[in-house]
Design a protein. Structure first.
Length: 277
């Protein structure tokens, strides 16, 4: 039985102008951010919390995500190239034959995005006098949905795919080659949706909600552990990773997993204190 899916979808939905395309990746990225925001907003309303500054929170998250993801790619994956083309670091353009063309942001690192969001949330909490871990717990419930939609966007772009399955099953990303591969974008996307379900169930427990940081710790551990495991099936993004025991994505995931485990241990004790154990 042949279980091969031939994938050759045009990543462009519509050309707004001759040089400005609307792509599936950008549309799904935006949908993911808005869905994550919608989930957090509903959490606020359910707890009868003020949503007055939530629009500002969305702006902080968007800026932190995009800026962090871009700088993460620049410094983690292609520092030499961008040191020679500094104008391309923050502008969605690329030099081709001496001419700059709009190409969108080709290169966003999720670990950099995570760091960028955390920095943005620190600034938000300081400005609006919000408890950091309290906010992170609420954000953690919605973020996996955002991450899933971003990976769906990667799938539509035929990028960040997996290694060859060495069998008669997998996805053939025909825009690159004719080899059946692991659709690692989908592995990650569906893993993130499962994580969302787990975190949402945790959020329903008042004891867990009171242990500020427990949901966020679980989020860090599960999401980056999933990322760490799936990386074994994924093609390396840059050639320098080919000689590494663990690739860059796995190395960058380890600190997040460790922080998550520490939070789980510390905050589980706090949860038990609330329960009178």
């Amino acid at each position: 039985m042949n279980g091969v899916l031939n994938w050759n979808v045009d990543p462009v939905i519509y050309w707004i102008t001759d040089s400005f395309p609307l792509k599936y990746y950008g549309a799904l990225f935006a949908c993911g951010l808005l869905l994550g925001y919608y989930i957090v907003r509903n959490i606020y309303k359910k707890e009868n919390l003020s949503v007055e500054n939530l629009d500002s929170l969305l702006v902080y998250v968007i800026v932190g995500t995009i800026l962090g993801a871009r700088l993460g790619h620049v410094f983690f994956y292609e520092p030499e190239y961008f040191m020679q083309h500094p104008v391309e670091i923050l502008l969605p353009i690329k030099e081709t034959a001496g001419v700059y063309k709009f190409v969108g942001y080709q290169g966003l690192a999720s670990h950099g995005g995570s760091i960028g969001v955390l920095i943005a949330l620190v600034l938000y909490c300081r400005k609006y006098h919000v408890k950091f871990l309290w906010l992170l717990d609420k954000m953690a419930v919605g973020v996996p949905v955002t991450g899933a939609f971003i990976r769906f966007g990667n799938f539509m772009n035929s990028e960040i795919y997996g290694k060859a399955t060495n069998g008669n099953w997998g996805v053939v990303f025909q825009r690159d080659d004719m080899i059946p591969r692991h659709p690692t974008q989908l592995y990650e996307a569906f893993a993130y949706l499962v994580i969302f379900g787990i975190l949402f169930k945790m959020y329903k427990s008042e004891r867990i909600r009171n242990a500020n940081g427990l949901i966020f710790g679980t989020f860090l551990t599960l999401l980056f552990l999933a990322r760490f495991i799936i990386e074994f099936f994924k093609e390396n993004q840059e050639s320098f990773e080919n000689n590494m025991l663990l690739n860059m994505g796995q190395l960058l995931s380890i600190p997040f997993i460790i922080i998550g485990i520490i939070l789980i241990v510390l905050k589980s004790r706090q949860k038990n204190d609330y329960a009178g154990v």
